[in-house]
Design a protein around this ligand. Sequence first.
Ligand code: S3P
Length: 186
Amino acid sequence: MECEANLVLTGFMGTGKSSFGRFVAVAMGRPFVDTDYLIEEREGRTIPEIFAESGEVYFRQMERQLCREFTRPAGLVIATGGGMLLPEENQTLMAQGGVIICLWTEREQLLALLAEDESRPLLARPDWRQEVTRLLEQRRVAYQGFPYHVDTTIGQIDIVVQRILDIWKTALPAWQREHCLEEHLL
Ligand code: S3P
């Protein structure tokens, strides 16, 4: 079995999981996977279409299925949808395959970034600003519970990418001790 931990990014919508994830993947010379994109590709439908036609529960089942597929370390950089790793079971599955890093952005900046965005069905409502605040509050404890965090409010690509890579280097040995039991896999 290959034992090359995945680097997994989680965090609220708009924190930059996909954009910074792509740069991290390039810096590490690794393939990049975006779970929202993967779901859209498999379904042949956009996320708003999946929510509208099949409902959020169906979408969450697809996310759960992907977590099961990513339990094996495969040397990937994975950007997850913002709600994907909130269920503890999903988090546990993904943590088997790699190191999870949670991105965080100040609320005011999130509101600016998410304005007029039509790709996120949870925010497709007139009071989307209040909904961002409500969801942030509802999810705060879960996001804070991840062991590693990077504040992306600064937004500067090279700085954020470096912070992610620094955390990765710190976190990797512990992950390997726990998951790569045989010496030759390290
Ligand atoms: C969601 C986040 C979205 C997408 C879906 C639900 C969430 O991904 O998976 O709209 O529950 O936070 P991004 O975090 O990439 O926007």
